[in-house]
Design a protein around this ligand. Structure first.
Ligand code: IMP
Length: 422
């Protein structure tokens, strides 16, 4: 499989969890490199549903090494809960999970600040997951963050936390929010630190050893291209680099050791949270929600839905260097009579063939659509390219051509077996 970076090519929730799970079969090591427990990767195996937030999806297969890399922000208390939850479901977690000692911590004041800032922004809010991700990465960039290696050093952690709680309680008071109890935070975090200490490692060295051995490494991206802090629809983004470059900085593996980039995209578009979504469409949203689809894995919020946006995915292809496409949720369009596909934007009389950086301009953009006849046949039993209706194949071919990469995986349902390799 070689070293593969997997990224979301839209606004997150592209179905990466399932594709990662499929690709993991051929990988030796699976690494998370950015984001935190704002992510929610759903994997269905033999009728059982697993939702992963911080633990790489590779954990669901035996004999895979899983790494939470230095670029991730970790809420240790929720990581412990996640590990415990997985163990209860029978997942073996011992000597197969490693946590970077330089990953930054998400603390309760980050979550409080996330919430307070959103309240203050009112109708201009970002619509964050309220997991404290922005404030945690903010502390990292300001060089005032605490890291995993601090958490497992009881004396140092106590001193650092005391200062941080004092400082942040002043800020919380200014917001009119309740200050935090040092003791409560300290005790719960130290307990989590004790639980996690056996997982802590220098993951950069560990990953380079894997590279030297010739192991195949899968870098599992979280969120999607348009939530990237640099390349997304700022400020309606998350606080990390969700694009391919984030896999290098978030793991310590250099770019020339990466062999390919796989971009995951849905056969339509979804987004949670605020911000522009040019192809948003109420009808397709109602249809998908009525089918019980498109509710967030982390917050349960209904996702906003729209038609496939080839302008956006072409841009994602360029920024990430996507070689191969994995298209998911094809079966979500099984009952649609006429499928629209966005091939350009119009801003007043001006035609635009790329995603404008100014979100105000993007909000004004109206999609230019090409139309495709729907196949109106269930696709979830298709296992080979030829099993798909001709109209589905035409739509997927057009989507790949417009995006500018080759189609390598088509997914027709949540199960591992509902996957067509091309
Ligand atoms: P934050 O990452 O919680 O700060 O949220 C910032 C934006 O990213 C919001 O629009 C969230 O809905 C979105 N977001 C964060 N994580 C995910 C994800 O895993 N899937 C989809 N959207 C996400």
């Amino acid at each position: 499989m070689a070293n593969t970076i997997l990224v979301g090519a839209q606004w997150g929730d592209e179905g990466k969890g399932k594709i990662i799970d499929v690709l993991t079969e051929q990988a030796d090591v699976v690494v998370r490199t950015q984001g935190g427990n704002n992510a929610g990767h759903t994997v269905h195996i033999k009728g059982r549903k697993y939702i992963l937030h911080l633990v790489p999806s590779g954990i669901l297969r035996p004999k895979k090494t899983c790494v939470i890399g230095n670029g991730v922000v970790v809420d240790p208390v929720s990581l412990v809960e996640e590990i415990e939850g997985l163990r209860k479901l029978g997942v073996r977690i011992k000597d197969n999970l490693f946590l970077s000692e330089t990953a930054h911590l998400v603390l309760p004041y980050h979550r409080e600040l996330d919430e307070q800032r959103e309240i203050l922004k009112g109708k201009h809010k970002i619509g964050t997951t309220k997991r404290g991700i922005g404030p945690a990465y903010g502390d990292k960039a300001a060089r005032t963050g605490l890291r995993v290696l601090d958490l497992i050093n009881p004396e140092r952690f106590k001193k650092q936390l005391e200062l941080k709680i004092r400082e942040n309680n002043e800020i919380l008071k200014a917001f009119g929010a309740r200050p935090l109890s040092f003791k409560q935070v300290h005790d719960s975090y130290r307990a989590a630190g004790n639980y996690l200490k056996d997982f802590v490692a220098n993951t950069v060295i560990l990953l380079h050893q894997a590279v030297r051995r010739g192991d195949d490494i899968l870098f599992e991206g979280a969120q999607g291209t348009f939530l990237d802090i640099d390349h997304g629809t700022y400020p309606f983004v998350t606080s990390s680099n969700t694009t391919a470059g984030g896999a290098c900085t978030g793991s310590g593996i250099p770019p020339h050791r990466m062999d390919r980039v796989v971009g995951v995209m849905k056969a339509y578009t979804t987004r949670v949270g605020e911000g522009p979504l040019p192809t948003e469409n109420a009808e397709i949203a109602d249809m998908l929600h009525a089918m019980g689809r498109e509710f967030g894995a982390t917050t349960g919020r209904p996702r906003r839905c729209g038609w496939f946006d080839a302008v956006a995915t072409r841009y994602a292809c360029m920024v990430n260097g996507i070689d191969e496409l994995a298209v998911t949720n094809i079966d979500g369009l099984d009952s649609v009579e006429t499928i629209k596909l966005c091939i350009g934007y119009r801003d007043g009389s001006r035609r635009c063939d790329y995603v404008p950086n100014d979100t105000e301009t993007l909000s004004r953009c109206r999609p230019v659509y090409a139309e495709f006849p729907g196949w109106r046949t269930p696709t979830h039993d298709a296992r080979k390219w030829k099993d798909l209706p001709a109209k589905t194949r035409s739509y997927l071919k057009a989507l790949a051509e417009l995006t500018g990469a080759s189609l390598s995986i088509a997914s027709v349902g949540p199960g591992r077996e509902q996957t067509i390799a091309l």
